[in-house]
Structure formats: structure tokens, C-alpha cells
Design a protein around this ligand. Sequence first.
Ligand code: SF4
Ligand code: SF4
Length: 372
Amino acid sequence: MTNEINVKGTGKLGFGLMRLPQLEKDVIDIEQTAKMVDLYLESGLNYFDTAFVYKGSEDAIRQALVERHDRSTYTLASKINAGVARSEEECKDQLRISLERTGAGYFDYYLVHAVNKDNLVKYNEYGIWDFVKQKKEEGLIRHWGFSFHDTPELLDQILTEHPDAEFVQLQINYADWEKPKIQSRGCYEVARKHGKPIVVMEPVKGGNLANPPEKVTKIFDEVNPNASYASWAIRFVASLDGILTVLSGMSNIEQMQDNLSYMGNFQPLNEEEKAAIRKAQEIYGLSKAIPCTSCHYCTEGCPKQIAIPDIFKVMNERMSTGQLEKADAAYAAVTAEGGKASDCVKCRQCEKACPQHIDIIKQLEKIATVLG
Ligand code: SF4
Ligand code: SF4
């Protein structure tokens, strides 16, 4: 078994399985997922990315991919997550459960999930780094790495302590390239310094960059009125050096067809397009929008069942459109079954889970003053 990962080997577009199409809340549409899987494979691409904590995703991919395609025709990534485990045993057992749910036999890529300075303590204490290396020896994992949400300094420290990590997964998108809280560029440069192939997550910022503000759409439309806004975001990251694959969390056939139209036969950004991205980055630097990607990591443990990402979405739209009555109605809808922003008891559970390091409590306080 080779230790080398070929950055040209997987194609540049990875199929992120975090936001699969749903028939109803929490019920994944297997038929549509299977169609998407087939279309993706027919395009010559082969990187699928799931995780223990993506609700129903591992089970869905067994049905839509593993039971329908030869194991040698695709690569599958999953992730171990100490944040949701109550003990070392429970954490380590996630690999067995993930293998059982997917039926994949082994994972081509296995990641220590969403590492940051808070959960690093738990990953170290549980011995998860040695665990994944041992499982690689046993053949259950082909390549191990980690996904990361913290500072370039911490990334440097981890890669120095674990020089045998084979790849890293980073949040990179043009809007966060220089943002102090995300530091896309800084983390990218550290990974490159250590010679690690990079898997990119959130290239479209949880879908936000597919619908950029008008000031940004004008810039892009002037250069190419036919290109989707998501294509700008994905091509920006795919144009960087050392990228193993760019994960796109595709939720329907249309999104996939759009992604495949420019990533099936990928062309890097030209100089004019790079200049347009730089202008868009300047505009995002001034934006006051809450940088939530709707990953929902924060909502699981909220004692007040506050629909944090939905509330943030309502607030962002309220700020960008100024449609106050519409925002009131949307707020009533997203808080109908759970808590309001004003119900927050400031336990910080959500902030510890948020990979975007959003000051959730402070934001909810502000929202409570205008929306209740
Ligand atoms: S701080 Fe507030 S929003 Fe966050 S988990 Fe606690 S109650 Fe929920
Ligand atoms: S607030 Fe943070 S953890 Fe919660 S959905 Fe948004 S980005 Fe994810």
C-alpha cells in the first residue's frame, strides 16, 4: 500500500454528503442520492465525504453507492468525532459503527474531525492520533488526516507533532481568505509548508457564496454573465496548488450538474477572473453578515433548542434586504418549535462547537433586541 496521495488522482470535485436531498426533515431521499452518485461517477470523479456525525449520511451512502457500485471505482472518507463521545471507548467505537453503517469494508480517507484548540485536549487524552495510525496498520484506513478549524499557529503545531498526517482538510473560500477568525490563507500556507495535500471544505461557505450580495454579483456578471456564482467560489479554491479535492455539499441534481459543468473539465481562473475575485474579497471584508455556514454543529446540545443557524439566516436577510416585516414572519416560523434568541441561557455549549468561531451568544443578544 502506497503512502503517497496523488493530488491529481481524485479529480478536483469531491461529493460532500453533509446536505443530501431530503424527502422530509431528517429523511434522506435515497433515490435522488443514487442518481447523483451515478452522475458524479459517470463524470470520472470518485471522492465521497461523509462523517460519523452527519445524520443519516453514512447509512444513505451505503444504499446509494456502496451496495450499487464496485468498491474499486470510488474512494470514501469518513471522520471520528470526540466532541459527541462520552468516553474514549465510545469515541473509538465510532470507526466500527461507521464501517458498519457504510458497509464499505475500509475507508480510503479517515479524518480526526473538526480539530480546534478546545477539542484537541480530548483527542489527545483519548489517544485518537495513535488509534487512527493503528487502524491504518490494520488496513481499515488507507490514509489518515484531520479537518481543522483554528489558527495557522495551532495547525503548524499539530503538523509538527504528527508529521505522518497524510493530508489536511481546511475551510478555504475567497470570502474568508483573509478573515481574522478563519484565516484561510494562513492555514493554507502552513499546510503547504508541511507539504500536505489539502482537501477543501466550505468552498461556497455553506451555500452563502452561491447567492452573494448585489455588489459582488455585478463584478462577476461583468466578467462572465453566464457563470454561476458558486462556480466562482469553487474555481477559486480549485485553482490553488496542492489541492487534493474541493468538497461541495451537493443537495440536488441541479447543483451537481452546475458543479460538473465547470469542474468535470476544470479550468483554473485566468488573470481577469482573479482580479474580479480580489474585488469581491474587498467587499466581503466590509460585510456585517454573520458568517454562519448552517452546519448545525451548535444546535445538537442547546438546552433551549434554539434554531441558531436559521435565526442567523433570518437576521442576515433582514440586514441585507431591510425587509423588516418579512423578517418578523420568518423569525416566527423558525422559532415556532424551539427557543427564541432571548431564551438563550449563555451556557456556551454552542460556541464551543462552532467551527466558524462565531460569538453566538453576543449575536443572539443583538438579535433578541430587534426580533425578540
Ligand atoms: S449558549 Fe444559548 S444558544 Fe448556545 S447552547 Fe446555550 S442556550 Fe443554546
Ligand atoms: S453558528 Fe456555527 S456551528 Fe452553528 S450552524 Fe452556524 S457555523 Fe455551524
